[in-house]
Write a protein of this length. Structure first.
Lengths: 112, 136
């Protein structure tokens, strides 16, 4: 793919990934066939900031985990009062990284 | 979720659950005004959907099934998980299998379906309303 197109994609989507993953994504995109651009550019990524807000407001009920697609963890959090409140607080710090990991898993399905 | 991560998480949760039960077993805290550990209840004064689960599990362990339903029906779910998951994990570890992980992933997929998720969410909300009206 053209480097310009790829750089444009990276610039708009850098906040959805961990910084150390961005170089690998860029290289894979440049090596990729042009026909898959439509799929790559229409991918739905989750915003880490949104999940942090959800985690602070409704993390006690596990809503943040449900939104990420970790239904099992969400139910565990809901049933245990947010892990007796401890897990809720731990997740305020973990949830942004977890969102970026989920985004990486999603884009990896298209890249490889 | 990878097999080992799931099993470590689940066994940690089970151990924490058993310790929590052991700590609370002999306390006869039944009055509703007592402040529990629940942050949501401390902040707002309203019980959360899972408030009363400890009391429910303890009632079930003591053989008082009606009490279990009254305090919080979630207690039956938790009791089941606390009993079954250590046995299942032990079975998987002994036979070097991953049946629990497969079942977990299947259940996650099932729960994401709209026609399964919506009734369950409604049940949780109804249970929450009941919790608030009971004044747990």
């Amino acid at each position: 793919m053209e480097a310009q197109k790829v750089d444009m994609f990276i610039m708009t989507n850098a906040k959805y990934f961990e910084s150390y993953q961005i170089n690998a994504i860029r290289e894979r995109l440049i090596a990729m066939d042009d026909s898959r651009w439509a799929m790559i550019s229409s991918i739905q990524l989750k915003d880490p900031t949104t999940s942090l807000i959800v985690s602070i407001l409704a993390g006690h009920f596990g809503i943040d985990r449900f939104i990420l697609g970790d239904t099992g963890l969400g139910i565990a959090k809901l049933l245990t009062c947010g892990g007796l409140g401890i897990w809720t607080i731990i997740d305020w710090f973990l949830i942004m990284g977890a969102t970026r990991e989920k985004n990486m898993q999603k884009i990896q399905q298209l890249l490889y | 979720m990878s097999r080992n991560r799931l099993y470590v998480l689940l066994s940690t949760a089970c151990i924490a659950g058993y310790i929590w039960l052991a700590v609370n077993y002999h306390q006869q805290v039944v009055q509703s005004q007592a402040l529990g550990i629940c942050i949501f209840k401390r902040l707002t004064g309203i019980p959360c959907p899972s408030c009363g689960t400890t009391r429910s599990v303890i009632a079930i362990v003591k053989g008082n099934l009606n009490g279990g339903i009254y305090w919080n029906p979630f207690g039956f779910l938790i009791t089941g998980i606390l009993i079954i998951s250590p046995l299942w994990i032990a079975y998987d570890l002994l036979t070097r299998n991953s049946t629990l992980q497969k079942a977990y992933l299947k259940a996650e997929l099932l729960l994401k379906r709209k026609w399964v998720a919506i009734p369950l969410i409604l049940l949780v909300i109804l249970n929450w309303i009941w919790n608030i009206s009971k004044g747990l």
